[in-house]
Design a protein around this ligand. Structure first.
Ligand SMILES: Cc1cc2nc3c(=O)[nH]c(=O)nc-3n(C[C@H](O)[C@H](O)[C@H](O)COP(=O)(O)OP(=O)(O)OC[C@H]3O[C@@H](n4cnc5c(N)ncnc54)[C@H](O)[C@@H]3O)c2cc1C
Ligand SMILES: *[C@@H]1O[C@H](CO)[C@@H](O)[C@H](O)[C@H]1NC(C)=O
Ligand SMILES: *[C@@H]1O[C@H](CO)[C@@H](O)[C@H](O)[C@H]1NC(C)=O
Length: 491
């Protein structure tokens, strides 16, 4: 069976034929560079080579096909060593990658055939009750953060499923279960500890450097490497929610309940994702429900709960237990994944019909090309989610419209068909935006969420009117283009 949430579809179990990926190209100077890094960093840091278990851990990615055979893995343990590493790769013009939780599925965004920097040693969570903030290391996954904060009865606005990294999620925006109440994760960041491309370690706040503070809120690895985030904390009680899987007999009811939820529910503590998944030759739904309290008021989720299900795991539980119930760790290594973003203003019945049509159309068309699933994550948020921050942030470029992010996902096995799936994701994103336009939604300025957008997406479609400012900032902060040696959205 499939279980899905806000990004990708997860497999509890699945048997599929294998195919192999080979992304490695030669990186002639990297061996020498690895040795030089090893002899320059302090004893707080480590360098690992193929054959070492810590090398495997360092290059590991959630979607195995994005893993690349780096010459070495570097685990910096202190910000000063991050600066030394940037100095060496910059001077030798060696390609490198920076990895937090390793959940990027765009090729090369956090992997490299040169030097793989893994941030895993930045793993402290320090709660400051007086300021109601938490300092969070850039190598953590959200599960670990929630586990530390839970005993204090507080939480941060973070990831919705198990295993996702704090760093990429936060540096790209961050749509959370608590976004209706507090905004995106970036809206709750009060400080970044940043190692700039010149090796300087700085604490970036709104007061210390408003330009960088703006740029880091959506700008990923363009301005250096972040070692620590300071996030606002909020009270956390037990929550209610979990997952429900329904079969192809009940698609219409699930879609009707989704449209009704999206148009009627105004309680900011309530949230849901309906992932429609086409598995040839039929579709099915995977629902994720959330209420930020032990019991949801009557009415909010009744329609969903009344639909006959094939699997159900909904209860009152701790926030960490909820997240870990959305277990996304089991991505089989031979599966290839792509996804992209689109955004609309309303989840109307006719828009949801277009979602079904598009997903079924592409799912059926690509099934003979080793396709496993085509899916769309339909995420309901309140139109006010961008109103929780009066500052400009790199993402989203427009806060006046309540754009709802949708994530499109495909999974397949045969590398030879990669291009078909990438094209399909792009076509589907455009078709869904067109469908919203066609029914009269004012989607002018619709943004693409950078944590979902497929590689090759024009930066204008992600950062809109902020792009010029971001490019100027990047030129100023990184005149030697050190960060141009790594993958990701390049300003
Ligand atoms: C199963 C799954 C569930 C998801 N759920 C959600 C969701 O609910 N809401 C949501 O908004 N998104 C979600 N996403 C998307 C997710 O936000 C992105 O994949 C995010 O980039 C993951 O962060 P990471 O640290 O794990 O990724 P990584 O692959 O490690 O990094 C992603 C990017 O950030 C850069 N980066 C990483 N660390 C640093 C650093 N310390 N300094 C500078 N740059 C850095 C990398 O170089 C890379 O370009 C989900 C994705 C998956 C696969
Ligand atoms: C996982 O990725 C590695 C590195 O690219 C590759 O060598 C290996 O074959 C992959 N595993 C599978 C099952 O595809
Ligand atoms: C369904 O999608 C296909 C492929 O994009 C398109 O040609 C067709 O017009 C769509 N049908 C409806 C009813 O939207």
């Amino acid at each position: 069976m499939f279980f899905a949430i806000s990004g990708f579809v997860f497999h509890f179990f699945m048997l599929v034929s294998s195919s192999s990926a080979s992304l490695a190209v030669d990186e002639p100077y990297a061996d020498h560079v690895c040795a030089r890094i090893a002899s320059s960093i302090s004893s707080s840091s480590g360098v690992y080579f193929p054959g070492d278990a810590l090398y495997d851990k360092g290059v590991f990615h959630w979607a195995n096909f994005t893993t690349q055979a780096a010459k070495c893995v570097v685990e910096p343990g202190i910000p000063g060593d991050v600066g030394i590493i940037l100095g060496i790769v910059g001077k030798t013009r060696t390609r490198f990658a920076v990895k937090g939780g390793g959940h990027a599925v765009n090729p090369g965004f956090s992997s490299s055939t040169g030097v793989q920097i893994s941030m895993s040693r930045f793993s402290d969570v320090v709660y400051n009750p007086r300021h109601q903030t938490a300092e969070i290391g850039a190598g953590l996954i959200w599960d670990d953060v929630y586990a530390v904060l839970e005993p204090y009865g507080v939480n941060v606005v973070g990831g919705r499923t198990s295993g996702v990294g704090v760093a990429g999620f936060t540096l790209g925006g961050g749509y959370s279960w608590k976004t209706n109440q507090y905004g995106l994760t970036i809206d709750t960041v009060t400080a970044f500890e940043l190692v700039k491309p010149d090796g300087n370690v700085v604490r970036v706040t709104k007061a210390s450097d408003p330009g960088l503070f703006f740029g880091l809120k959506g700008g990923f690895n363009n301005f250096g490497i972040v070692t620590k985030f300071t996030l606002r904390t909020f009270p956390q009680t037990q929550v209610w929610g979990g997952s429900i899987a329904t079969d192809s007999q009940h698609i219409a009811e699930v879609m009707a309940a989704t449209a009704a939820f999206s148009s009627k529910v105004t309680d900011p503590k309530a949230a849901m994702i309906n992932q429609y998944v086409y598995v040839h030759p039929a579709g099915q739904n995977s629902l994720s429900l959330f209420y930020d309290g032990p019991t949801p008021p009557p009415g909010i989720f009744d329609d969903f709960l009344a639909i006959p299900s094939v699997a159900k795991d909904v209860s009152t539980r701790s926030f960490l237990s909820l997240i870990q119930g959305f277990n996304t760790q089991g991505m089989p290594p031979n599966i290839r994944v792509t996804g992209t973003a689109t955004s609309v203003l309303a989840l109307t019945p006719s828009f949801l019909a277009a979602v079904l049509n598009q997903t079924n159309y592409w799912g059926a068309k690509l099934a003979p090309k080793s396709g496993i699933i085509a899916a769309v994550g339909i995420q309901s948020f309140l139109p006010s989610i961008y109103s929780h921050n009066s500052d400009h942030t790199a993402y989203p470029p427009m806060r006046s419209k309540g754009f709802l992010p949708l994530d499109i996902a495909f999974e397949w096995t045969n590398e030879g068909f990669d291009g078909d799936f990438h094209d399909a994701a792009r076509a589907m994103g455009k078709a869904l935006l067109d469908a919203a336009k066609c029914e009269g939604q004012d989607v002018e300025g619709a943004l693409m969420y950078p944590n979902y957008a497929i590689f090759g997406t024009p930066l204008e479609d992600i950062y809109g009117r902020h792009l010029g400012k971001l490019r100027n900032l990047k030129a100023k902060v990184d005149p030697g283009n050190v960060m141009g040696l790594t993958g990701g959205w390049r300003f």
